[in-house]
Design a protein around this ligand. Structure first.
Ligand code: ADP
Length: 641
């Protein structure tokens, strides 16, 4: 006997399978988790159970061989106090052997782990950030057994694991389709009382808190105290099965009956973000098309937002049944960060992806949702500026991109949602605010582009405009100038780059004087232009836009230096050249120096020209073709000083 047993254990050990490497790491995290909110394991398992029932129900709609009574769907929670076990049973689609291996042997949302890896040094709360579904059960369990029979298989299978060192799979006996998960709770320690989860009222509380909306009954045996039959004051405790969730989807409830906590819990459980959303939009629309929607604006950037894995879209329900996890047709690209769901009777249950794209009802809903989101953002901007600024810092790039994309088709809808840092207000301002305080005599909206605020502050080109007391918008993201150029005007005021040669701050008299200075110096400039003829310089001239700075580059036409940088960094062969003008401060001593050299030493004038041009390029953050030559020229001058 003893020997038999031994060989069996050896055999079993051999069959033990290892978790995929990254799952193992995550499991370690879960098992040794110090996460305080351990109760969420129940929410994760119940929502898996509910999804599994959804899947089976959905399948039954198209597959006549599946005969199921919708009323029979349910999830059961049993508690075995003596054995310290919680048993969760659903009659959903179940899992085949392969599915057990693939779904539970490897982590589904491996993106979260990749994220954790990338941010190794930050002690981020991975559960708080993403939720990890099934694995969270290891926070409270020392052993987990999953017995499942798939609708697609005649056999049942048992998956068992005691944690990070692996799992095993063997044939099971379950004869009905569905899944039973048995958790053997960890032993209590001084700090953690896992026994709390053996208390049926505690479990009931957790279900109410996180899973009340689940549309299938969650049943549990609960103790009831009843008058003993035939007595007047003797009570006995009986066990009765009860449904503990209200089963009304949150979005079908009246707004006034929903607490903020409920909205937030729902958000975390559905969209795997355990930070509170920045804004919740709940809307019930009746009319041409009718729908209920709950939409959330996240408070931070989804970790995969800028990866190709990120898919925009809302969950789409048809009369309460989930038919699509990410319906991208419901959201425009510039609101791709919005999470949420839409439930409508106007889209049929078995609509195909292709038909959905053409469906006019879906289009109408999408339009209506877009309007709601926009209105909500406008209200936030008016009534809760801090929240809006925080939103804009996170997702503003999307909105600006929205203005520029599709040939500016949406620019009018979005122009009041964008903000830029202001030179005078020292904070983010809207275009409307800018225009409303424009100075007498100011006829355009000035903006400057650069890597960051400090760099823009130091730009020679902003000097003259600041001195006039005009406000300047600081554009620091690559999409910014493209967005403003798409708008071209706001309230009939033109956007003007401070580095554009059309900037005109002079009085008529000053203009005349400058024109004369330029005409007088024409021959000198011709020599200088010759020196720079291979450098894309369209003109050289004196300017009044500079105050203490000697030189700067400006551009003629639509393409600015910043745009040239952005466009030429794109991986294609269409390189552009901004039309650059070298401007020299007419009231700086350098201009007289140049004039002197023109009459006394043309060779030196050529050297100075090269140096000035290189300086102007450096200021713009542009490379110099011949740094050694320039360095030598400067040294020559310093040495002879
Ligand atoms: P998620 O639910 O976020 O995908 P989980 O780790 O919770 O991640 O579950 C992984 C997968 O295992 C699920 O996507 C589902 O396919 C499967 N699964 C989990 N629980 C069940 C269940 N009770 N019935 C059927 N399939 C399940």
């Amino acid at each position: 006997m003893g020997k038999d047993k031994e060989t069996k254990t050896v055999k079993e050990k051999k069959e033990k399978k290892q978790f995929k490497a990254e799952s193992k790491k995550l499991l370690d995290l879960m098992i040794n988790s110090i996460y305080t909110n351990k109760e969420i394991f129940l929410r994760e398992l119940l929502s898996n159970a509910s999804d599994a029932i959804d899947k089976l129900y959905y399948k039954s709609l198209t597959d006549n061989s599946i005969t199921i009574n919708k009323e029979d769907f349910c999830i059961k929670i049993d508690i075995d106090k003596d054995d310290r076990k919680i048993i969760i049973t659903d009659n959903g689609c179940g899992m085949t052997k392969e599915e057990l291996e693939n779904n539970l042997g490897t982590i589904a949302k491996s993106g979260s782990l990749a994220f954790k890896e990338e941010n190794k040094n930050d002690d981020i709360d991975i559960i708080g950030q993403f939720g990890v579904g099934f694995y969270s059960a290891f926070m409270v369990s020392e052993k987990i057994k999953v017995e499942s029979k798939s609708i697609d298989s005649d056999d049942a299978w048992i998956w068992k694991s005691e944690g990070a060192d692996g799992y095993e799979i063997k044939k099971g006996k379950k004869d009905t389709v569905g899944t039973t998960i048995t958790l053997k709770l960890k032993k209590d320690t001084d700090d953690e009382k896992y026994s709390e989860f053996l208390d049926s009222y505690r479990i009931q509380g957790i279900v109410k808190k996180y899973s009340d909306y689940i549309r299938y009954p969650i049943k549990m045996m609960l103790e009831h105290s009843e008058l003993k039959e035939g007595t007047e004051n003797e009570y006995e405790t009986t066990l009765q099965e009860e449904t503990i969730n209200s089963m009304i989807p949150l979005w079908k409830k009246a707004k006034k009956d929903i607490t903020e906590d409920e909205y937030n819990n729902f958000y975390s459980s559905k969209f795997f973000d355990y930070d509170k959303p920045l804004k919740t939009i709940h809307t019930n629309v009746e009319g041409n098309v009718s729908y209920n929607a709950i939409l959330y604006i996240p408070s931070h950037l989804p970790y995969d937002f800028y990866t190709k894995e990120y898919e925009k879209g809302l969950q789409l329900y048809s009369s309460g049944v989930l038919i699509m996890e990410k319906c991208s047709e419901l959201l425009p690209d510039y609101f791709s960060f919005v999470k949420g769901l839409v439930d409508t009777e106007d889209v049929s249950l078995n609509i195909s992806r292709e038909i959905l794209q053409q469906n006019t009802k879906v289009k109408t809903i999408a339009k209506s949702i877009e309007k709601k989101i926009k209105k909500e953002l406008e209200t936030m901007l008016k009534e809760d500026r801090d929240a809006y600024e925080s939103f804009f810092k996170t997702f503003g790039m999307q909105i600006k991109f929205g203005i520029y994309s599709d040939y500016g088709m949406h620019k009018d809808e979005l122009k009041d949602l964008i903000m830029f840092y202001s030179s005078t207000e020292k904070k983010l301002v809207t275009l409307e605010e800018y225009v409303s305080r424009m100075k007498e005599g100011q006829d355009c909206i000035y903006y400057a582009c650069g890597e960051n605020k400090q760099k823009i502050d130091n730009m020679p080109q902003v000097e003259g405009i600041k001195e006039k007391g005009y406000e300047i918008l600081y554009l620091t993201e690559y999409v910014d100038e493209f967005a403003l150029q798409t708008l071209t005007t706001y309230n009939a005021k033109k956007f003007v780059n401070v580095s554009n040669d059309t900037v005109d701050l002079d009085s008529e008299e000053e203009k005349k004087q400058l024109e004369k200075a330029n005409t007088d110096a024409k021959d000198m400039f011709d020599i200088m232009k010759k020196v720079l003829e291979n450098n894309n310089i369209t003109d050289i001239k004196f300017t009044h836009r500079l105050k203490k700075h000697p030189v700067c580059l400006t551009t003629e036409g639509d393409i600015s230096v910043e745009m040239q940088k952005v466009l030429n960094a794109l991986p294609n062969d269409n390189k552009v050249n901004a039309k650059m003008i070298l401007e020299i401060n007419e009231s700086h001593p350098i201009s007289n120096k140049l004039k002197d050299l023109y009459t006394s030493d043309k060779e030196a004038l050529e050297k100075y020209t090269k140096i000035l041009y290189s300086q102007a390029r450096l200021i713009e953050g542009l490379p110099i073709d011949n740094p050694t030559e320039i360095s030598n020229l400067i040294c020559d001058i310093i040495a002879n000083d």
